[in-house]
Ligand binder design. Structure first.
Ligand code: FAD
Length: 117
């Protein structure tokens, strides 16, 4: 089947939005289990992302710059840098990772009291 760049880009945008929003909600003080879960998520993601070429590049990127899991800041910063690496390869503008602070808001309100962070 022919490549459809429009659909591929749409999937990319939706996926980045999800990934960055997830990182923005990563615990500020993760437990060892939180850290393992985040790391394993990205290893699996690298195998499952439906654009095979993208996934292959991303697996190489993960080897070069493994997920940073010690805090929300490090996780969100790491993912921002990883996305910038992809931006660079695709000749897209580089995002200023200092501005990532409140950029990704899941709109979930205050989950406190529920079994969620
Ligand atoms: P996107 O890169 O999708 O970004 C969406 C929005 O996120 C931007 O408008 C901006 O507001 C914000 N943003 C930009 N940079 C950052 C950052 N560093 N941190 C936080 N937010 C940021 N496409 C290919 O053609 N070839 C590939 O090999 C390829 N590999 C990919 C690998 C992965 C893991 C993913 C998720 C996507 C990949 N894509 C690939 C898709 C590609 O990255 C883009 O999503 C797609 O081209 C649409 O680009 P866009 O210009 O709309 O912005």
């Amino acid at each position: 089947k022919l490549e459809n760049a429009t659909l591929k880009a749409e999937l990319g945008r939706a996926t980045w939005k999800f990934l960055h929003t997830m990182a923005a909600k990563y615990p500020e003080k993760p437990t060892p289990e939180d850290r393992k879960t985040f790391e394993l998520f990205f290893l699996s993601f690298g195998k499952l992302y439906p654009c095979g070429d993208c996934a292959k590049h991303f697996r190489a990127l993960l080897k070069e710059m493994p997920p940073q899991t010690s805090s929300r800041n490090s996780a969100a910063g790491w993912l921002c840098e990883a996305h910038n690496r992809v931006n660079k390869r695709l000749q897209k503008p580089i995002f200023d990772c200092n501005n990532i602070g409140d950029f990704y808001d899941c709109g979930c309100g205050d989950d406190k009291g529920k079994d969620k962070k």
